[in-house]
Design a protein around this ligand. Sequence first.
Ligand SMILES: *[C@@H]1O[C@H](CO)[C@@H](O)[C@H](O)[C@H]1NC(C)=O
Ligand SMILES: *[C@@H]1O[C@H](CO)[C@@H](O)[C@H](O)[C@H]1NC(C)=O
Ligand SMILES: *[C@@H]1O[C@H](CO)[C@@H](O)[C@H](O)[C@H]1NC(C)=O
Ligand SMILES: *[C@@H]1O[C@H](CO)[C@@H](O)[C@H](O)[C@H]1NC(C)=O
Length: 296
Amino acid sequence: MGFKWILGFVLLEFSLQSAHAAFNAQVFATTSKVIIFQWDKVADASSYEITLALKSNPSAVVAFAVFGANIVMGSVSTGLTPNTNYSFTIEAKTSAGNVVNTDSGEHLTAPEQIDSVITVTAKDSTTLEMEFTPKAGVSKYIIRALDTQDPPTFIEEVEVTSSPALVPNLQPYTDYKLSIMSANDGGRSQPTAPVTAKTLLPPPQIQSSSPSNSTIDVSWTAVASAQEYTVFLLKYGASESEKMSHNTSNTNYAFTGLDPGALYMIECYAWDAEGRKGESAQTNQTTRPPAPPLSP
Ligand SMILES: *[C@@H]1O[C@H](CO)[C@@H](O)[C@H](O)[C@H]1NC(C)=O
Ligand SMILES: *[C@@H]1O[C@H](CO)[C@@H](O)[C@H](O)[C@H]1NC(C)=O
Ligand SMILES: *[C@@H]1O[C@H](CO)[C@@H](O)[C@H](O)[C@H]1NC(C)=O
Ligand SMILES: *[C@@H]1O[C@H](CO)[C@@H](O)[C@H](O)[C@H]1NC(C)=O
């Protein structure tokens, strides 16, 4: 009997201590000028008070916020500066004003938001390039790429350090909405307004042959959404001015009047509805050799 009482007392003591030790207030998210806190609900508390000060000057209160008994998440946004270390204290108080629990910590606000003047261009069929104005003292940026579905079905974030920056591994000839955030160890700024850009058409797959000593036949796979194709031929070592080119909406072309036994370089790309050249494909082809001298 006496043993049970002791055990009960020990368990009660243990649970009280762990409830106290478990009060945990932490930063849930941070932008340049907002810190969102999250804390454990305390049974006796009727309010939660958050006090924020500069880490470099803990005695001067910068911001103060009070939340009610049933609230376990709240933000502080008045008077905060980007890229600044703050110390915070969260106190759980009873209706009589007694502090029942407290937790404290430090947190860095995210750097200043990037100016929305950004340029996005297609580098090739799977890569977009973004130019932005870097912020002084910021060495980390996050580019977010979304497709244009609502809601988006594709979300990718790429961490970059300078401008211009590349966003790789995208789908060919697809629209993406790109925005950029500045970031540090504390968090991320708000994203810029998104800019939409489309990747280029993919390269055609080329095949070539030389049916005679003066001709090269080139054919290629159709590229979806292509308006037409340009195919080029240049003899290896010849000057650019000798480059032959042909535009067609077909998927083959025969170059004639060529030199026998010579190496030719072939290039082909598609044009899209926006009048942009797609990513180009290259191959080489040698014409059939000259006829052997006639035996007497
Ligand atoms: C914030 O505090 C951390 C840790 O003390 C320090 O490494 C960092 O340089 C500080 N950042 C700023 C912007 O003051
Ligand atoms: C093919 O089309 C492009 C784009 O319209 C044009 O700039 C180029 O001169 C054309 N080439 C030929 C050989 O017609
Ligand atoms: C074509 O041949 C040239 C000369 O040998 C070479 O430099 C080039 O890489 C070749 N191109 C392709 C696509 O194989
Ligand atoms: C190329 O081939 C044709 C026949 O197909 C032949 O008459 C001609 O002499 C050849 N040219 C050379 C330079 O060998």
